[in-house]
Each structure stands twice: as C-alpha cells, then as structure tokens.
Design a protein around this ligand. Structure first.
Ligand code: MG
Length: 292
C-alpha cells in the first residue's frame, strides 16, 4: 500500500443514541488517571482553517518547479501535511523543502517557510485572537463545544491533564489563556520550542509515565491528528480520535475519521456533544447518573 493512501472504514458500533463510535471493544475502562490533549482542532478553534493556509502555500511553492497538475500537487501536499499533523510545524516545512529539492529546485531553509506560513496564518486568525482579547468573542465561541465541561469532568474524576501541541509554545500558551483553559492543565503545557529535539508528543507521554508510574490503561489521549493517536497506541493508552470539522458543529469529518482509525484510535467522536455517555464509557460509570 502506498504510505500516503488511507483506506475507508465502515462504521463500527455506536454508544446507543450517540455519536460515540467504539472502534476497539477491548478498550480498558475505569482506570484513567492521566489525560493528554492536543490543542488545535481538539480544544481550540482559533487556528481553524490552518490547512487552507498551509496546503495552498505549499502547492504554490511546488508549482514553480514542476508541470504536475494543481490537483495532483494538492493531493500530495494534503497527504503529507496530514500524516505529519501533531508533529511540530517544522517537520511539514522540511518535507516541503524535500519535495522542492526532488523537483530540481533549491529550497529555502525550512524555518523560512515556517515564517511565511506563520505570517499568512496570522493574517487569517489575528481577528479571532483580538476578539478574545477585547471580549467581542467568548472562549466558548472559539473552543470545541463543551470543552470546558469535558475538562471539568476529568478534573472532578482526579485525572491529571496535560496539553501538548506541535504549534509554537508562545502561541499555545497565549491562546490557551485566552480560551480560559490553561489552568486546567495541572500536568503542564508542552509545545514546539526553538530546538526541534526539545519537544515531541512521544516525549511528553514518556514524561507522564515517569511522573505517575502509569500503565497504558491509565492514559487517555484526545486528538484530531495522526501522530498523537499513534504515540498513544505505542504505549498501550486509550486514544480518542476527535474527527472534528473544526467549525464547532456536530458533523464527523470523514477524512479525519479514516486517518484516526488507521492510526489506531479506540474511539471516534466528532466532538464532545455526548459527554455524559463518553464519561460513562471511559470511567465505567452508570450512564443515567443525572436521571435526565
Ligand atoms: Mg490538532
């Protein structure tokens, strides 16, 4: 199989009356002590649309060195961007440089591409960040619906929360504060630093295991990217694939869903709208606890 091709998976079992899809019926329940969260697309909607900035930018740069059709370049770029989502942004830029080189071009330093990307993305998202700062937008409007309830519910169940993102640390920290979620992460906030080797999601997971003497069943992760699901499965953790459309609605994004399943997600959710059922499943609690 071509590494850039993903199969399409038929639906598995859903928790009754919900959008929570159980992909692994052997998922351990009732033992979670630590949770790892991805940020963009999993909690934050501030950077929604980042792919629509990154992909066209890369297609445009590649087109200078090849006669390939825009459509085939789009497919190529979309696939490797996707596959690297969850790693630091610089890895996507390194792959771009490699693809330019492969087509006979002389690429810039990947850091230069990252700077171009950050500038273009900032143009798109500046008004959202400003809106949060001046109060014209609320944190709820720019987070996945019911995120704060999800985080509250985990803290109430004595789960230690960690945040890890491939976006630069300064942005993650600032946006987490603007969205009123920073204080939930008693385990810490981790993100891309100047030196590539100083951060990866796998490193954060290793740290979690050291700090809490965890075993796999005690770790749950929430993410909408390939890498965090893969890293979680490598240590036997429970991976919840958030196949969000990143606009805050309740539809599952099929593209993401298939990739998250391929990475090994135990569960797929389009968002957190069925939070009570999700908690009941993960913590092995009666699902009618509020008698609603
Ligand atoms: Mg993400």
């Amino acid at each position: 199989m071509n590494i850039d091709e993903f199969p399409t998976y038929p639906p598995a079992r859903f928790l009754p009356g919900t959008s929570v899809e159980i992909r692994d019926e052997t998922t351990p329940r009732g033992r979670i002590r630590s949770a790892l969260f991805d940020f963009d697309g999993t909690i934050s909607l501030v950077r929604t649309g980042w792919q629509d900035v990154m992909v066209p930018m890369m297609v445009e740069l590649l087109a200078e060195h090849t006669d390939e059709s825009t459509e085939s370049l789009e497919r190529l770029v979309h696939n490797f961007v996707d596959r690297l989502t969850g790693k630091q942004t610089i890895f996507q830029m390194e792959r771009l440089a490699e693809e330019i080189r492969r087509r006979g071009g002389k690429p810039l330093d990947p850091l230069a591409y990252k700077a171009i990307y950050n500038d273009r993305l900032m143009e798109v998202i500046a008004s959202r960040r400003e809106g949060l700062r001046d109060g014209s937008l609320t944190p709820q409007e720019l987070t996945m619906p019911r995120t704060h309830e999800l985080l509250d519910g985990l803290r109430e169940r004595s789960v230690t929360l960690y945040l890890a993102s491939g976006t630069d640390f300064v942005y993650v920290k600032e946006e987490a504060e603007l969205l009123d979620v920073a204080d939930y992460f008693d385990g810490g906030i981790y993100a891309a630093l100047d030196r590539i080797e100083d951060f990866s999601k796998a490193m954060v997971i290793q740290q979690m295991f050291r700090e809490h003497e965890l075993n796999g069943a005690e770790l749950v992760s929430f993410g909408d990217g390939y890498v965090e699901i893969l890293n979680t499965k490598e240590v036997g953790g429970i991976a919840i694939g958030v196949a969000s459309d990143e606009v805050g609605t309740v539809e599952v994004n099929e593209w993401k869903r298939n990739r998250l399943i391929q990475a090994g997600a135990n569960l797929i959710v389009p968002g957190y709208q069925d939070l009570d059922a999700l908690f009941a499943y993960l913590f092995d609690e009666p699902s009618d606890k509020k008698g609603a």
